[in-house]
Design a protein around this ligand. Structure first.
Ligand SMILES: Cc1ncc(COP(=O)(O)O)c(C=O)c1O
Length: 393
């Protein structure tokens, strides 16, 4: 059976592509996994107790948009972390992980037309892959804007021509960015928000790496929008417990933004949403309210940044990540480098081109590999040393 026409050009997802590239070969040594951004540090031990205490909730359908407890904990966290105020009753919705929210927000908020034309959804390039499929699903035209060394590894949306900007309905932006670990400054957000006000589009700010950083806590999009007195509907933020609290399997995230945006998302969710089970919502509420484990987690990543800086010191083009847990490492050819690493050493990384769009010769990920620093530090150290020795000596 054929895929619907709109998905006919959808490339295979990055990980099946990687398996097809590598798994036809034997690993050249003990396997070190650095491909998937799946946190491996421990989550707080008390999480399982909270789930067990609330287990009776598995007997009921869960609150679709989030329990008052969870929404309140999230609003408190947004206030504490970003000094931004959101009304838990109208401006926050719980998500079953951020990914579905990034997808469903486009369903709820992308109009069929903009100024009488097909809408455009902007995405950084490289990018988290759901942005593209969301744009295609709402029959918008995805436009990929390179986020390379020349643009500080964030997209320069202001450089697009007015005919393009006039059609934009949504601009996805990821800060701290996956894969490069770049952080949008207050000035970057101010410029982007001003552009969105000028051309009347929404910013979908994917901030799910915001709690994993080296020095200063990244500034948030909603925070800057409120400082500027921007239209409250202008910015929609997405956050997650997956990275902050090492709970990717809990599937807890949230979206926050203007009351109209959230009302539309809630309405759609009433029909088609897959809410987080009640006992997991109870656990998530407590996890958002606790910062001690987040500090501990950050300390573990800081040790990993220091390790990477030491191992890659002197490597030309090495980009010390400001935040997040990926290394975006320059190589001649990402696919060849990943294959060489696998077959000669057993270290497994992702070719950068699999995370980006573009013609074979013109893909901003071509000359990079992405390595996730999620493994326990001794295993990571072995992997990074192997990588350096194989590719940079
Ligand atoms: C940039 C980015 N956004 C969103 C997500 C999704 O996170 P969640 O686990 O909350 O669905 C990820 C996970 O890898 C990510 O890297």
């Amino acid at each position: 059976m054929d895929f619907p026409e709109r998905f006919s050009n959808l490339p295979a997802y990055a990980f099946p592509r990687l398996r097809a590239l590598l798994d036809v070969h034997e690993p050249g040594g003990e396997v070190v996994h650095m491909t998937i951004g799946e946190p491996k540090h421990a989550f707080p031990a008390w999480v399982t107790d909270v789930i067990a205490r609330n287990a009776a909730g598995f007997n009921s359908y869960p609150a679709n948009d989030g329990t008052p407890d969870l929404l309140g904990a999230i609003a408190d966290w947004v206030q504490l972390r970003f000094n931004a105020s959101v009304d838990p009753a109208t401006q926050v919705m719980a998500l079953n992980g951020t990914r579905e929210g990034l997808y469903n927000a486009a369903m709820a908020l992308c109009p069929e037309q903009k100024n009488g034309q097909t809408p455009i959804v902007l995405s950084p390039n490289p990018f988290y892959q759901v942005y593209m499929v969301a744009a295609i699903s709402v029959a918008a035209e995805p436009v990929f804007v390179s986020a390379t060394a020349a643009s500080g590894f964030l997209p320069d949306y202001a450089s697009l021509p007015p005919e393009t900007l006039n059609r934009v309905t949504i601009a996805y932006i990821c800060s701290p960015s996956n894969p490069q670990g770049a952080v949008a400054t207050r000035a970057y957000w101010q410029e982007l928000i001003a552009l969105a006000e000028q051309y009347d589009f929404r910013i979908f700010a994917d901030e799910c790496y915001s709690e994993i950083y080296r020095n200063d806590a990244p500034v948030g999009a909603l925070q800057v929008a409120q400082e500027m007195g921007a239209d409250p509907e202008r910015v929609v933020i997405f956050h997650s417990l997956s990275k902050r609290s090492n709970l990717p399997g809990l599937r807890s995230g949230f979206v926050a933004g203007g009351p109209d945006s959230i009302a539309r998302m809630r309405q759609l969710r009433a029909y088609s949403g897959a809410p987080l089970p009640g006992p997991l919502q109870a656990a998530a509420a407590q996890v958002w309210a606790d910062e001690a484990h987040v500090d501990e987690n950050r300390a573990l990543y800081r040790a990993k940044y220091a390790l990477a800086d030491e191992i890659f010191s002197g490597v030309q083009g090495y980009l010390p990540p400001e935040a997040g847990f990926f290394l975006w490492l320059p190589v001649d050819d990402g696919e060849q480098a990943a294959l060489k690493l696998w077959t000669q050493t057993g270290a497994r990384v992702l070719p950068g081109a699999y995370l980006a769009q573009g013609e074979p010769g013109d893909n901003p990920g071509n000359h990079y590999i992405r390595a996730a620093m999620v493994a326990p530090i001794t295993e990571l150290e072995r992997g990074l040393i192997t990588l350096r020795n194989c590719l940079y000596t």
